[in-house]
Design a protein around this ligand. Structure first.
Ligand code: PMP
Length: 338
């Protein structure tokens, strides 16, 4: 018989899928590392379990303990699955910017959820960051995960995602393109691929309102680059320890509108029902067109599933209200307004 010991045994070994229509204008082969096949529907299951197991081994997370993380969804889901299977209590601290569905999903897998105000500075005691830290101090036998600076995040991708891509492409991968948030995915996969072949180029996808691209190009942490944005999962207003800028060849920024439109296009034109950062990643890859030639094998990683975005990028009213749709209905509404 062939079966997994528990649900955690199904993490990883995700498929690589060729893109066809959206990439028709490119000379090269484009393959998507399709991470929604993980049990929590995102790539984050990999790093969540690595962080838990490394904390267990280091004696930081002890039997009956409580896992605490400031997370809006995917990492919380992965940690929650680990907590259920391994018998820990899970607390997710999230900001009120997140949708109700995300809170309900985390509760469905047994997590306790604290919702904190978004419009306060990170060092304000009410922020989700401060609340997570305070809870970790107050609750005995608890462990604060901190995915931004936790090295097990990058390690998970160095040990699993990177080797899978290398083997699945039989070492032919020439470019790796991926959205950057905590930096774990790009640093782990990019680091591994460059160790196998230093000629592999690693491109990060950033968003307008985030510091990464400017910092990579100039070494300057420019606060003017920071402003609110809609794209989910990528970009930061801090420099997480998990972003290894040395292994990144370049960043390209994608607008909120393009990321949302391409999230819809992936579903409608490729049958790939995915999250918002996948839309940003494929649009960013298309922006890099002049870097690719005929024999290149470009791998793009798609982080999470479309179901978490049904009330947003897959909802035409939501899209229209933000000026992201240029369709007939929008034009008719504009005419009435005029
Ligand atoms: N996309 C989504 C949907 C995510 O949840 C994340 C994690 N914040 C990312 C992209 C970026 O991945 P990483 O944190 O590994 O840089």
């Amino acid at each position: 018989m062939k079966y997994a010991e528990n649900i955690l045994g199904t993490i990883g070994d995700t498929p690589l899928v060729k893109l066809n229509k959206l990439t028709a204008e490119l000379p090269c082969l484009v393959l998507a590392k399709y991470e929604t096949f993980n049990p929590g529907n995102s790539v984050k299951d990999r790093m969540a379990i690595q962080m838990i197991e490394d904390a267990e081994e280091a004696g930081i997370l002890k039997p009956g303990g409580t896992i605490i993380e400031g997370t809006s969804g995917n990492t919380g889901m992965g940690l929650a699955l680990g907590a259920v299977v391994k018998g820990y209590k899970m607390i997710c601290v999230i900001s009120d910017k997140q949708s109700k569905e995300k809170v309900d999903i985390l509760k469905a897998v047994g997590s306790e959820v604290y919702v904190c105000p978004t419009d306060v500075a990170p060092d304000d005691p009410r922020s989700y960051y401060s609340t997570a830290k305070r809870l970790a101090k107050e609750i005995p036998n608890s462990w604060y995960v901190n995915q931004y600076d936790n090295p097990s995040n990058t390690k998970a991708h160095y040990l699993s995602t990177g080797p899978e891509i290398w083997e699945q492409t039989e070492g032919k991968v020439t470019h790796f393109v991926v959205g950057v948030g905590t930096g774990g995915t790009i640093s782990g996969v990019g680091g591994y691929l460059k160790e196998q072949n230093p000629n592999v180029k690693v491109w990060g996808i950033d968003t307008y309102g985030s510091v990464f691209k400017k910092y990579h190009e100039t070494g300057i942490f420019d606060e003017n680059e920071i402003y609110p944005y809609i794209t989910e999962g990528i970009g930061e207003d801090i420099l997480p320890k998990n972003v290894n800028f040395d292994i990144i060849d370049g960043f390209t920024k994608v607008t909120d509108k393009d990321a949302a439109i391409y999230t819809q296009r992936l579903a409608k034109e490729e049958g790939m029902f995915l999250g918002n950062s996948a839309g940003a990643a494929i649009k960013g890859l298309l922006q890099l067109k002049e870097h690719f030639t005929k024999d290149d094998v470009v791998v793009v990683l798609f982080h999470d599933h479309g179901s978490r975005y049904v009330g947003k990028m897959f909802n035409d009213d939501w899209m229209r209200n933000r000026g992201f749709l240029d369709d007939e209905v929008t034009k008719a509404i504009d005419l009435i307004k005029d």
